[in-house]
Design a protein around this ligand. Structure first.
Ligand code: BES
Ligand code: ZN
Ligand code: MN
Length: 494
């Protein structure tokens, strides 16, 4: 990861690249005046010569001087449309350009207003991430060259903000790697190893407990274990705990779907695109990322993270359509489709979190293809049993730019998964309201008094192609939003 430093003024700074920003219809780039006169006039001249139009995304590279070898101008578009996402886009573009030019150091002011400092740091760090792949000869030729970015900011909190943001992105980048790596590498056991690494990194602050299949049996996690049966990979219920505010009765829990590969099981998926199901543990990667970041920042909150890790395979011991299994709260589930496995592993994790005292829960899952049909890769689907908790999350998401949209949860939707012979079916064959039905199923495992949010990230966890500053492959959604939310919560009450 590159390192970000902050400075109040340009001072004696030198760098390979200076990045400047300009709005459409502005006469000159922002914050130009603090630069040396000669360089300033050169920049203005070049902008004229090349008739630079500052449409969002337009760039111009100008030869610099001894202080800044090259100047990169980035267009910001119309000032009245400008927002934090514009900043993220501009900065991610700056970092991409710097790497394309194979330079090592860059200086940039915060574009527009200082209130955009966080977005500026986010843009830089989002673009800095690269999936390293698994090349025999390594990836030296395609590796990012940019090592150091200096952000010019007058904010007194700039240095601390930069340090914190880097800690958050260390966690996010771990999540992204987990999602991008293939299923023969990232198994439930590998997720356990990753959780152990996080626990060891923060030894005194974090407790780790991993339930193996035998332990899960003792806890009567029949739904979770049903999914695990078809695979030779041993399933793991991974529990991390951090008590950042022991005096508070509020206990947060972030629970992740950790299906390390989803073949569909006996209800086998079609071959085309099945490889993408290596990303079916994105929820658990995000849960681990949010946990690591929370501990790294030392937030004063209590947090339990549970990763429900299993592989969904059609082995000869696999659970079958028609089976009836009993979850750890005693509720019985008729399996209609073994491909609706996410809710099966999550329901036992939800019960466990509440047994451990969690009263404000967020579960994260690549749960339904229907969510992609509805929202594409633009919005995360949000379902909740509590208006206040849902709104707190949505407010946080508006700040981070990780878009989320709430779906209704009326009683009628549960009728779609009523069973004639037990408490519920795991999937309705007519696929009506697919995403909401997933949420309604999980809600059956949430007790009165527990505030709960279900996030369907089937569309937003992974990009098949780049869009704006969201690169191809894993996005790390919604780690930033959860960390931001817990920060807010800590301010409000703990
Ligand atoms: N992991 C899938 C959902 C998914 C599909 C995520 C595509 C990302 C991309 C999930 O386990 C699944 O198979 N869901 C089924 C549910 C159905 C059987 C009720 C689906 O969406 O078809
Ligand atoms: Zn799945
Ligand atoms: Mn599935």
């Amino acid at each position: 990861m590159l390192s970000i430093k902050t400075k109040k003024t340009y001072g004696q700074l030198k760098a390979n690249l200076l990045c400047l920003y300009t709005f459409e219809s502005a006469q000159k780039p922002e914050k130009l005046d603090s630069l040396e006169t000669k360089l300033k006039s050169k920049i203005l001249e070049s902008l004229k010569t090349f008739e630079f139009k500052a449409k969002a995304g337009n760039t111009l590279i100008i030869e610099g001087n001894q202080t800044f070898e090259r100047i990169l101008i980035i267009g910001l578009g119309k000032k009245r449309d400008f927002n934090a996402d514009g900043v993220r886009l501009a900065l991610s573009q700056a970092v991409k350009e710097a790497n394309r030019l194979r330079v090592e150091s860059m200086v940039t002011p915060v574009p527009s207003a200082e209130k955009f400092l966080s977005a500026c740091l986010e843009g830089i760090l989002i673009a800095d991430y690269q999936f390293r792949g698994m090349f025999q000869k390594g990836d030296k030729d395609r590796r990012n060259t940019l090592e150091k970015v200096t952000v010019i900011s007058i904010s007194v909190a700039a240095a601390k903000a930069a340090e914190e943001m880097q800690a958050v992105f260390e966690a996010i980048n771990r999540s992204k790697n987990l999602i991008n790596l293939p299923s023969n590498v990232v198994t439930p056991t590998y997720l356990e190893k990753e959780a152990t690494e996080i626990a060891n990194k923060y030894k005194k602050k974090v407790e780790l407990k991993v339930l193996n299949e035998e332990d899960a049996q003792k806890e009567k996690m029949g739904a979770f274990l049903a999914v695990a049966r078809g695979s030779v990979e041993p399933a793991k219920m991974i529990i991390l705990r951090y008590n950042g505010n022991p005096k508070s009765k509020v206990v947060y829990s972030v629970i992740g779907k950790g299906i390390t590969f989803d073949s569909g099981g006996i209800s086998l998926k079609p071959a085309t695109g099945m490889g993408l199901m290596k990303t079916d543990m994105s929820g658990s990667a995000a849960a681990l990322g949010a946990f690591e970041a929370t501990v790294a920042l030392g937030l004063k909150v209590n947090l339990i993270t549970i990763v429900a890790a299993a592989e969904n395979m059609p082995g000869s011991k696999a659970y079958r359509p028609g089976d009836i299994v009993t979850a750890s709260n005693g509720k019985t589930i008729e399996v209609v489709n073994t491909d609706a496995e996410g809710r099966m592993v999550l329901c036992d994790a939800l019960v466990k979190a509440q047994k451990l005292g969690a009263n404000r829960i967020i579960d994260i899952a690549t749960l339904t293809g229907a969510c992609i049909v509805t929202f594409g890769d633009t919005y995360t689907g949000l379902m909740s049993n509590d208006d206040e908790w849902a709104e707190a999350f949505l407010e946080s998401a508006r700040e981070t730019g990780e878009k989320a949209w709430r779906l209704p949860m009326d009683r009628e939707f549960f009728e779609l998964i009523k069973s004639d012979i037990c408490d519920m079916i795991n999937a309705n064959e007519n696929r009506k309201a697919g995403t909401i039905v997933g949420g309604k199923f999980l809600e059956q495992f949430v007790e009165k008094g527990t505030k709960w949010i279900h996030l369907d990230i089937a569309g937003t966890a992974y990009m098949e192609s780049k869009s704006g500053y969201r690169d191809k492959y894993a996005t790390g959604v919604p780690v930033r939003t959860i960390v931001n939310l817990l920060k807010q919560q800590q301010k409000n009450k703990g």
